[in-house]
Design a protein around this ligand. Structure first.
Ligand SMILES: [Zn+2]
Length: 393
């Protein structure tokens, strides 16, 4: 009798253990979606995450984002955007959203690398290196609006293309149908994004009026394609005007007429930022105000950001050292102070990079650097300071 009772107890205990074990398995499966895992299990699961890194063979050094980092509270959606699902582990990610962001300046693609031109192969290599080093594209609008939808541990980057060269966007006719030239900027970016969805395909094209992308017959079609596919257009003055040589009326015509014509032709489009032709602007303060905002034939334009030509990385809008009237860009190329050079610098000094917390609505900055942020420029986002050891070099 006693022995039978004993067997019953053992059987019940066994059943309970099986139940506990099974529920444990279920939990593990649920956790393959990366929600706030912070123990040793994390990295195990992380390696099985197919969506985390497509280039599994890339060797990341300590300064670069790791799979573990990405697991700490963020998930990457199919569209390459990230979504905060929980607080990150600040001791692992060490985000610093006050630091440098590159706005990269390209012009045409061509047969040779020149001062402003890049070959399609070099452009592809640039994208690959940016990707491998943990840079992820954001649009100019997102930069202006402090909307950094890149995963935790990564660095936003803005790609800009001046002058509307046909090599930025070229159509080829193949058997009676139009295809996007796989060696033009749009073709290369589309293809790269297919292989690396989390890189995004954000780019802004700074256009004059009339000659955008050559191929006059496809002009409207091209601009409509860009706008429908997440690309942006920005103001580069009506006729690539040298704004330093114009009076108030001239500046307002050069900027206002260009913006007005585009907004009329493409409803809903507003040019809210400017790449200065030749990088030139008037010296006179009053005239400079017209570069920022003005009016042409009843149309009011306002440039939230004014981009120079070259030569160094910039900062987020809310960094106290940024002047939105003169935002620096990093020029493409392999020379000193050009893109390749700056990427080399970031391999030596990764701490200078903006490191995302993966939460677009929060701006995370180490305590020691809180003076870098102007709280009045962060909009309705949360400003979050945190203690971190050895964060200052
Ligand atoms: Zn230009």
């Amino acid at each position: 009798m006693k022995e039978k009772r004993m067997r019953q107890v053992v059987a019940i205990l066994f059943a309970v253990m099986i139940l506990i074990y099974l529920s444990g398995c279920g939990k593990n499966e649920a956790e393959t979606s990366p929600v706030n895992l912070s123990d040793a299990e994390t990295s195990e699961n992380g390696k099985e995450q197919p969506q985390l890194e497509k280039n599994e063979d890339s060797e990341m050094d300590v300064a670069e984002p790791t799979e573990d980092v990405q697991l700490e509270g963020t998930t990457v959606e199919a569209d390459g955007k990230s979504e905060a699902v929980a607080d990150i582990d600040y001791t692992v990610v060490k985000p610093d959203e006050s630091r440098e962001i590159m706005v990269i300046m390209y012009h045409n693609l061509g047969e040779k690398n020149t001062e402003y031109g890049r070959t399609p192969e070099s452009f592809r290599a640039d994208l690959q290196r940016l990707y491998d080093m943990g840079f992820r594209t954001v649009s100019m609008s997102d930069y202006i609006n402090n909307n950094f939808e890149v995963a935790a541990g990564y660095t936003p980057v803005v790609l800009t293309f001046d002058d509307g060269h046909v090599s930025n966007f070229n159509y080829l006719e193949e058997n009676g149908t139009l295809i996007i030239d796989p060696n033009c900027v749009v073709g290369i970016m589309n293809d790269f994004e297919k292989e690396h969805p989390d890189f995004g395909k954000n780019a802004i094209f700074y256009l004059n009026y009339g000659n955008a992308f050559g191929q006059e017959q496809y002009r409207t079609q091209k601009i409509e394609y860009l706008l429908a596919n997440g690309y942006e257009i920005g103001n580069h003055a009506l006729s690539h005007d040298d704004l330093s040589s114009l009076d108030a009326a001239g500046i307002q015509k050069a900027l206002g007429k260009n913006a007005k014509l585009y907004s009329e032709e493409y409803p809903g489009v507003e040019m809210t930022n400017l790449a200065l032709p030749y990088g030139k602007r008037p010296k006179d303060e009053v005239l400079r105000n017209f570069v920022r905002t003005g009016e042409y034939e009843g149309y009011t334009y306002k440039n939230d950001v004014i981009l120079l030509v070259g030569w160094k990385p910039t900062y987020p809008i809310y960094n106290v050292s940024l002047d939105t009237n003169s935002v620096h860009r990093v020029q493409s190329g392999d020379g000193e102070m050009q893109l390749t050079w700056w990427l080399d610098q970031y391999e030596i000094h990764p701490e200078k990079r903006f490191i995302s917390d993966g939460m677009p609505n929060r701006i995370s900055v180490p305590d020691a650097r809180k003076d870098e942020v102007n709280p009045e420029l962060i909009g309705d986002r949360e400003l979050y300071f945190y203690e971190i050891e050895n964060n200052v070099e």
